[in-house]
Design a protein around this ligand. Structure first.
Ligand SMILES: Cc1ncc(COP(=O)(O)O)c(C=O)c1O
Length: 437
């Protein structure tokens, strides 16, 4: 990052414009971060969401409803950009570091992840982050990416498209026989046994949206790092970030990709990738960035960018829905104020209540492990004799919003989150009981 980042893409015009920048515009940047409301009880947190009260919302992980702090930040930035598109965006994107909004967002994100702002890459989704990482890895013919049968379409397709170009191969394994009674030993042991000398990358999902199992990423990483030639570990972390109490920067992922528009309640169309400097340095950028001055300077001088790759160089450039990207900071501030451990404890308690209730229903099979250590905020289940689609339809008829998992073998899913209460979990249970009767 450089003081003279404003030179990036707009140099002479920007120099003139900055001197004309009206005072109120400068103040507007600060005004977009109103003080957070009191979030010390869960009713106050629920009150931040404009969710339709006619429904019980158990699919909030799908795409976030913006809470008040995010809505206010979005609206503030939108107003500022609409009033002064050039002046506001030019300053926020290309001015000195103190006024650079993406840098401020990265700092907020890093604070939550326990890492450094310069190691955070802002993306628009989990999908975009996974694609950037797999396409960025210097894979070659003869290399193998080992992944699992449990991962999401976005993850498998990112690997398939990247290996199609590089000529590397892909192998998918099952990590456990049955998700609901899988153990850390079974998962780590199965993965270890599947690694071959040509396995250069391992791709897994932290919290599975198929069965709700949460993989022991720390243990997986420790096992991989103990191998003579450790493969790199890519983690799709979207359903853990904002739901589990974990310090992402030390959990052992080499590349951590997540959308921030699900459990983090960030603006729709936002996500992040985190990696440390050494792992960023391995990657080849795919999309021109608008963040690193060296990339631009090298282009003006018709030479290759000097130095190693980094998060800024990997960040997809082009002009974006900037107000969404910038308002992401408000979501991370909200989570910091609620407290990571407190959030995770609340989500675990509501999920345990749901799992305990479902376990008493004779025709219901729960696929999510009962253990809080191996699960997070998703409960996946089936009702004997009723298709998952029909379960979801019948729940909706009872005003309970559930979802089916988008996998070859779908299940019904209920995801108790911060927008729910214990009473709502009981209502959802009563609805499943009626369907299973
Ligand atoms: C495990 C998993 N990975 C990736 C995605 C795609 O997320 P995004 O919309 O942020 O790309 C999903 C969607 O819910 C998912 O469940």
């Amino acid at each position: 990052m450089s003081l003279s980042r404003r030179q990036l893409l707009a140099a002479p015009v920007a120099l003139a414009a900055t001197s004309l920048l009206p005072g109120p515009l400068l103040a507007a940047v600060a005004a977009q971060t109103p003080p957070l409301p009191d979030l010390s009880d869960w009713d106050a947190v629920r009150a931040q969401f404009a969710l339709d009260p006619a429904y019980r919302h158990f699919a909030s992980f799908f795409i976030a409803s913006h809470p008040v702090p995010v809505r206010e930040a979005l609206e503030g930035y939108r107003r500022a950009v609409d009033a002064n598109p050039f002046l506001f965006v030019e300053r926020a994107m290309f001015e000195d570091d103190a006024h650079n909004l993406p840098l401020q967002v990265c700092a907020e994100v890093a604070d939550y992840l326990g890492g450094r702002g310069q190691d955070v890459c802002l993306t628009r989704s989990t999908t975009e982050g996974l694609a950037l990482v797999y396409h960025g890895l210097p894979l070659q013919r003869g290399d193998e990416v080992l992944t699992t049968v449990h991962d999401h379409y976005s993850h498998h397709e990112s690997i398939r498209l990247a290996t199609l170009r590089s000529g590397a191969s892909v192998r998918k394994i099952a990590l456990f026989k049955a998700s609901h009674d899988a153990s850390t030993d079974e998962i780590v042991g199965t993965l270890k046994a599947a690694i071959r000398p040509q396995t250069k990358v391992v791709g897994v999902t932290w919290v599975h949206s198929s069965t709700g199992i949460r993989l022991p990423v720390r243990e997986i990483s420790a096992m991989l790092r103990g191998l003579p030639q450790p493969p790199l570990l890519v983690v799709d972390g979207v359903h853990g970030l904002g739901a589990a109490d974990e310090t992402i920067a030390t959990m052992g992922a080499d590349y951590f990709c997540a959308g921030t528009h699900k459990w983090m309640f960030g603006p729709r169309g936002t996500g992040i990738v985190w990696a440390d400097a050494a792992n960023w340095a391995r990657l080849r950028p795919l999309i021109p960035n608008f963040s690193e001055l060296e990339s631009y300077t090298a282009w003006t001088q018709d030479r290759l960018p000097a130095g190693a790759s980094n998060a800024a160089r990997m960040s997809p450039g082009g002009f974006h829905a900037f107000e969404h990207q910038w308002a992401l900071a408000a979501a991370f501030r909200m989570h910091r104020q609620m407290g990571r451990a407190r959030v995770a404890t609340r989500i675990a308690a509501l999920n345990e209540q749901l799992k305990a209730g479902l376990a008493t229903l004779p025709k219901v099979t729960v696929h999510t492990p009962r253990s809080a250590a191996l699960s997070a905020g998703l409960v996946s289940f089936e009702v004997e004799g009723v298709t998952p689609q029909e379960v979801v339809k019948q729940l909706l008829a009872r005003r309970v919003i559930a979802s089916t998992s988008p996998y070859a073998v779908p299940h019904a899913r209920l995801a108790p989150s911060l927008v729910n209460t214990a009473a709502e979990v009981d209502e959802a249970l009563a609805a499943v009981r009626a369907i299973a009767a």
